[in-house]
Ligand binder design. Sequence first.
Ligand code: CO
Length: 295
Amino acid sequence: MTNANVLPVLQEEVVTRSRAVEQRVVGRPTSDGAGVKLTRVLTQALQRRLDPFLMLDAFGSDRPDDYIAGFPDHPHRGFETITYMIAGRMLHRDSAGHEGLLENGGVQWMTAGRGVIHSEIPQQEEGVMEGFQLWLNLPARDKLCAPWYRDFSAAELPRFTTAEGVAVTVIAGRSHGVEGAVLRETTAPLYLDLHLPGGEGFVQSLPEGHNAFAYVYRGEVTIGGEQVAAQRMAILGKVVGSDGVVLESDEPARVLLIAGQPLNEPIAQYGPFVMNTEQEIYQALNDFRDGRLAN
Ligand code: CO
């Protein structure tokens, strides 16, 4: 891996009052696609609370039976999917003619907009496959926009290390003055992967009105005096006057820190379609059935 995108810390983050843990969430084991075993961390019940985020799936297994079938052709409309591959190789193909190999540390950002039909198929028959898929809603006015997608290899993702030794990958948004791979105006997503060395903290400012959560995937962290263990999501409460979050860990830990500006629009979801009204869901189903979804 090259260090082409290792950037200096441009500015310190200042937080005078950290958010607190409002709720700890244990993911729900499920399967999706052609039988890929995964853990749904952000479920439909939390879509309102964590608006503009619709779903977070964590997958991680060294048993090929858990992942080998992958996700054959399936549609999406009305939102964005962000797939972050920690370990493994997955081939993506879609109806717009895009094709890309997502591997170790890479991110695929796909804006489904008015419609994409794609497949996500593992390119390995053994070894560990681990990663995350986050669904980010689109504002009503952009739900039928033209589809867009981009693959970022690990080397292309902006990253920096704080003075305290926390290694940060900025998938979206801005941290310490470093601009992420993707910026979005309306939902203003922040998506950081934090590797804490242990014994040090990490400080991130957050706008007071944004919804935020942290998902710990190695070790454990402390937020506002509350411990959050591995495989737990902490919803970060909006304490009045809070201006960010401080995470601390005694031992090495890895955490996704995710935040965004709520859309406060109606959410109508049917499987891989997320629109604002039931009528728009019927339209999506009809378009898919008639072969018009991805044209
Ligand atoms: Co998909």
